[in-house]
Design a protein around this ligand. Sequence first.
Ligand code: ASP
Length: 333
Amino acid sequence: MKRILLIHTGGTFGMALKDGTLAPSSFIQRIIEFVPEVKQIAEIESHIVANIDSSNIGIEHWLKIADVIVQNYDDFDGFVITHGTDTMTYTASALSFILDGLSKPVILTGSQRPLSEIRTDARNNLINSVELATYPIPEVCIFFNNKLFRGNRTKKIDIWGFDAFDSPNYPPLAEVGVEVKVYEKNFLKRKNFKLNVSKNFSNEVFCVKIFPSVKVDFLMSLLELDIKGFVIEAFGSGNLPNIEERSLIPFVQKASEMGKIVAISTQAVYGKVDLTLYQCGKDALDAGALSCKDMTTETAIVKLMFLLAKYGDNVALIREEFYKPIAGEISED
Ligand code: ASP
């Protein structure tokens, strides 16, 4: 029988499990009380990293989860992480960058209703995640409502419905219906399957969503802070205001001259940033901006955090690496 390690971090999923001490042994017992089926799928052990709302998850939790995976890597066939939905995509992106050379499935899941409640989606999400974690999927994924996505391509799109996640620019890796359909052709084509762990992130990054009449002075004042990289969530294909006093191009120019990275993502959900499509994007490109292309804003932020920590002040290298996929988060041209 395959062996799966269940790593708990918190979120709505485990709310009913809060009573008691939440030691790994009692946690796994409670899970099996509610979802006895998982025992038929695999031999399961558990590890508690935290029991918090995922709004409170930070770099230290990403690293702790990665440590648990690395320490148990040879003893398990797959890993299922129960996590709040709010920041699940950030954690998935971070793990996908940390765990280079991953050859086993790491599946994050959660739920919109707690496991103990009727009509809960937690049971379905857990059973299917455990089942999929027995397949040889060499990726960090998110499973939600019958679909398995590449984690660093997902977005939380629904607060109420059970279809909480979508992967707007990359097809699912598997779907669960009457049968399990695994789309191997969509898996990451890794060059090497030897786990190589990088565990540094910088939080000297900042993300700004622009809007009509956004005050240029406010953005300019951010340049006085110790921010090394910006993700600007711009309009459409990556457009910024570029005329007269509302132009943000001087901001991009000045930031770039100061050796700061400015990466442009989009407020649109589907499609990719193309800074050559309109003059508003082209001016930003000429002033030194990078394009997030088809990366989600969430993943672009985490990638910038990762690259800044990895390459320090080598801005030229960071700019080059930003366009290269680390774990399938961006499409190659
Ligand atoms: N606020 C919760 C969290 O992200 C929501 C959830 O679990 O779905 O932890």
